[in-house]
Design a protein around this ligand. Structure first.
Ligand code: IPM
Ligand code: MG
Length: 399
């Protein structure tokens, strides 16, 4: 792995359903993988074009066999159908081996009804596919230590995994209302709810990942203020005591956890936290790696006991970035690395995912940069040039 911290690969062995070396690409009868591509809005379409480039090459080179469907989500779906995602697209998502998602939203849709706002499409996908476990690995590529706003020694070699609960908490709790109190005042209510089973299952995901990495889990909540924090702390502690005594567990309050994340991020291995804290902490973690444009994510459901498969969606952590959309400036790395996570977690192609990561590292090491990660002496390229370079590097690595 030229120039890449070997730590980056530790977590990726989790949940493989086949033995290493059993990659589909080596099978005499190659499995066909059904993908649903949902580019969404803004730079979502630009970075997804680079995934399509990669898929086309993999198909043509006979390395894998992908069947792709395409759908609209977010503002694009609203413009076409007045909803954030149609039932027909949801059916395609349910039937796919993996959903590859770009980004949604933009000022154009600021005024649309709340139920049809672009983000509602993403939230429906997460909820209806029951994707409760969101894995957000923050890995600082050696070549990018200089691009971080933090000192290089703070982020060099950084490899942490944020495990965010994704289908519960304040995102989905009811009631969720704005009531007119009739006296010129309104009252807004969001509800933070967690049941024991929701905390248990996300805790297990975090502990299982830690066992394949550096064996440490930090759980973050606000038990000093919130009842859900009290229960979160209690349940994570109980799961640990019952099933994962061999893993080191530590608890931090989410606010000071955020501080520690920028103070000395290398103290963390796996961080497990709720939906809202996970949203905020993962944006912070992203900047440690140099740019929001670098962070991929996987959203996973429960493994089906009958088929051994799980529903899954892969998306970059960054948003639709309307300010740079259409300019060919977006960084496609988070999107391509998200596709890499699909290869690893859904499609039994861990070897290929390793090569894709190595290709990304190699292209960065050669000095190619999109504008968000540029630094002195590097070569600033467009979204498609970056995508092309990564595919070319992968081709070279593949021999
Ligand atoms: C994320 C995003 C989403 C979230 C938005 C787009 C709804 O910020 O995936 O982190 O809040 O979960
Ligand atoms: Mg977010």
């Amino acid at each position: 792995m030229p120039g890449l911290d070997p730590g980056i690969h530790r977590f990726r062995e989790m949940d493989r359903r086949v033995e290493p070396g059993d990659d589909a690409c080596k099978d005499p009868i190659m499995a066909t993988h059904k993908l649903l591509l949902l580019p969404g809005d803004g730079i979502g379409t630009e970075v997804m074009a680079e995934v399509s480039r990669l898929i086309d090459w993999l198909n043509k080179a006979g390395i894998a066999k992908f069947e792709t469907e395409h759908g609209l989500v977010g503002g694009a779906a609203y413009d076409a159908d007045k909803v954030a995602i149609t039932d027909a697209t949801m059916a395609l998502a349910q039937a796919s081996d993996a959903v590859i998602f770009g980004a949604v939203g933009g000022p154009k849709w600021d005024g649309v009804p709340y139920e049809a706002r672009p983000e509602a499409g993403l939230l429906r996908l997460r909820k209806d596919l029951a994707l409760f476990a969101n894995l957000r690995p923050a890995v600082c590529y050696p070549a990018l230590a200089e691009a971080s706003s933090l000192k290089p020694d703070v982020v060099e070699g950084l490899d942490i995994m944020i495990v965010r609960e994704l289908t519960g908490g304040v995102y989905f709790g009811e009631p969720k209302t704005i009531t007119d109190l009739g006296n010129g005042q309104k009252r807004a209510v969001d509800t933070q709810v967690y049941d024991t089973y929701e905390i248990e299952r996300i805790g297990r995901v975090a502990f299982d990942l830690a066992r394949k990495r550096r064996n440490k889990v930090t759980s973050m909540e606000k038990r000093n203020v919130m009842k859900t924090g009290v229960l979160w702390n209690e349940v994570i502690t109980a799961v640990h005591d019952r099933e994962y005594k061999d893993v080191q567990l530590e608890h931090q309050l989410a606010d000071s956890g955020g501080m520690n994340l920028v103070k000395w991020p290398k103290q963390f291995d796996v961080i497990v936290t709720d939906n809202l804290f996970g949203d905020m902490l993962s944006d912070i973690a992203a900047m440690l790696t140099g740019s929001l444009g670098m962070l991929p994510s996987a959203s996973l459901g429960e493994v089906d006991a009958k088929t051994g498969k799980r529903k899954a969606m892969y998306e970059p952590v960054h948003g639709s970035a309307p300010d740079i959309a259409g300019k060919g400036m977006a960084n496609p790395v988070a999107m391509l690395a998200s596709f890499g996570m699909a290869l690893r977690y859904s499609l039994d192609m861990g070897d290929l995912a390793d090569k894709l990561d190595a290709a990304i590292a190699a292209v960065l090491a050669k000095g190619l940069r999109t504008a968000d990660i540029k630094s002195e002496g590097t070569n600033v390229v467009s979204t498609s040039q970056m995508g092309e370079a990564i595919v070319a590097e992968l081709q070279a690595l593949h021999g």
